[in-house]
Write a protein that binds this ligand. Sequence first.
Ligand SMILES: [Ca+2]
Ligand SMILES: [Ca+2]
Ligand SMILES: [Ca+2]
Length: 268
Amino acid sequence: MGVRMKRFVFFCSALLMMVGIGIMGSVSEAQAVVLDLTTAASSGFVNGAFFLQTDLNRHATGTGIIDSFVRIQHNGTEEGYNTDGRPLPLWPDVNTSPVFTHSITLGSVPVVTINGVDYREFLLDINQTAPDAFLSLDELQIFIKNSGSITSNLASLGVPIYDLDAAGDSYVKLNYILNPGSGKGDMFAYIPESLFTTAADSDFVYLYSQLGTNFASNDGFEEWAICPQLGGCLHVIPEPSSFGLLGVGLLGLLKRKKKTLFKKEEIE
Ligand SMILES: [Ca+2]
Ligand SMILES: [Ca+2]
Ligand SMILES: [Ca+2]
């Protein structure tokens, strides 16, 4: 092969490689989702889970209605999961008070129906400063296990149920300023009930979240909660009109499951 031919072959190979990398890049970008929940009542799906911005005022719901089960706090990035186990040397961002961080059973997590689909409902309450109100939920993973006191790494948390990043590096962009003040919820995560079909009500649910990679955490803690006593947090919102037009529409589509899921002894 002559020098000119070798140069031509090299040029073609390089071109093919660049095209290939470009295709691979666009495919992975297509799989990753950036869900923007920075406007009131905005919503969307990531890997089949439904995320909804909310202005739920936890103080207006009364003590004991909302059960907080994992609280994490660290400027920059932060991560952790709920458990009864202590100490938590691998998870320094997690608040170790049993009031704020403890196990939950699947039976205590309310099931709500949206557009004919059953979901398990989780509430996220964030706290940020007003000038830097954006915060990213960069990872959310849910597991099921027959023990509620694990303290080790994520691989020890049992059966994987849901992963925000399963189809690419996705994140949900949140805006604290939509509902400022302490103790006000910011987002619902609705995980399809169909993913939990092999689990029993007595199994423990681990919720791992990591925040602050794309939009850094600051100021106060972030906290996940459920509303077991009334079969879901949306049912305790006093004024549906404050939910915005989309919220009102969703409320019309949302029904509380008939069966009683709450067992008092399972909560705290
Ligand atoms: Ca909040
Ligand atoms: Ca991610
Ligand atoms: Ca924060």
